[in-house]
Write a protein that binds this ligand. Structure first.
Ligand SMILES: O=C(O)CCC(=O)C(=O)O
Length: 312
């Protein structure tokens, strides 16, 4: 296991010394404003619990390990005040599924199908409390996302296509990261890993997972984690947790899907390549039996391997 490097550094220092390495870093000591002191549950309920505030759509999950692939959670809409009240508890008296259900909010844009989340515009009641680390010009910023969670909830391992600063404001959490070069060891379905329990994985089902090199860090209020694009991350909340993350575009515009409100759609070039691959697989399906399919699938892998030196 590798520890994610921790540093106390200025914006200039981060950009000149660390950013180019494309490795994750925990940045300590940045001035993020008074939010870590102010944002208690009571304060959030007071600021966002007004009757005219839009209710929030949240994940409700009766298990610690939230599973996006098999959807072991429901989406439910709650008034903000009720959501915050419930998210602070370990056991619920009012619930949708069971008394030990957990809640997770990933704020969406005003029009969730089209617009990325914008924390400052959508939560003006809180915006003045938080200085987001804007290390890049505003034209590069893609979204800023409020994330609030119950204790003992764990978010599935996934990657995002943008660079990311995850700003922890309330509660302690553990973030486990895996390098993009470990993609073949993570049993991916799209941008998510099928391995849910990363601490006690079923190695009979997922034997290669053991080879994936794990990077780990703990985040406390005021910490900022730099998650470079394509690095897989899995987040375990120990407490009632509040965070805001900022996604930004570090590549040229042509490498981002213009219709992506979440920041997790692969580059258009990759989407086209995957469509072609789907067609190629359909052709292999036409072969007379598994022996032929297996052999020609290996020939295709060989062509990929000889063209692109796959990092181990
Ligand atoms: O800390 C969290 O709630 C999840 C963070 C995350 O997945 C992200 O910033 O992409």
């Amino acid at each position: 296991m590798n520890k994610v490097q921790v540093t106390e550094c200025s914006k200039e220092n981060f950009l000149s010394c660390f950013y180019a390495s494309r490795e994750p870093y925990v940045l300590k000591g940045l001035d993020i404003g008074p939010a870590p002191d102010l944002w208690t549950g009571e304060y959030l309920m007071d600021k966002l619990g007004q009757d005219d505030k839009e209710p929030v759509r949240v994940h409700v999950c009766p298990h610690r390990h939230m599973d996006f692939i098999n959807k072991n959670f429901l989406y439910r809409t709650l008034p903000f005040k009720d959501f915050i009240k419930r998210a602070q508890l370990n056991r619920q008296t009012e619930f949708f599924i069971s008394s030990d259900e957990r809640y997770y909010l990933r704020a969406l844009g005003g029009d969730p199908r089209k617009e990325p989340a914008d924390f400052i515009r959508q939560y003006p009641e809180l915006a003045g409390d938080l200085k987001l680390p804007m290390f890049f010009g505003p034209e590069k910023v893609f979204s800023s996302v409020l994330r609030i969670s119950s204790p003992d909830a764990q978010l599935w391992t996934h990657y995002d296509v943008m660079d990311n600063f995850l700003v922890q404001i309330k509660g302690k959490k553990r973030v486990v990261l895996f390098h993009p070069r470990d993609a073949l060891n993570l049993y991916l379905v799209g941008d998510k890993s099928s391995v849910l329990d990363i601490d006690a994985p079923d190695l009979t089902k997922y034997p290669l997972f053991d080879k994936a090199e794990r990077y780990e860090c703990y985040l406390y209020p005021g910490d900022v984690l730099f998650i470079p694009s394509l690095w897989f991350h899995n987040v375990l909340m120990y407490d009632f947790s509040v965070a805001v993350n900022v996604f930004w575009k570090h590549l040229e515009a042509q490498f981002y899907d213009a219709k992506d409100p979440y920041g997790n759609k692969d580059p258009p070039q990759v989407q086209r390549a995957l469509q072609t691959l789907d067609r190629a697989m359909k052709h292999l399906e036409e072969l007379p039996n598994d022996f032929y399919k297996d052999f020609y699938a290996k020939c295709m892998i060989n062509r990929l391997q000889s063209k692109f030196i796959l990092q181990q």
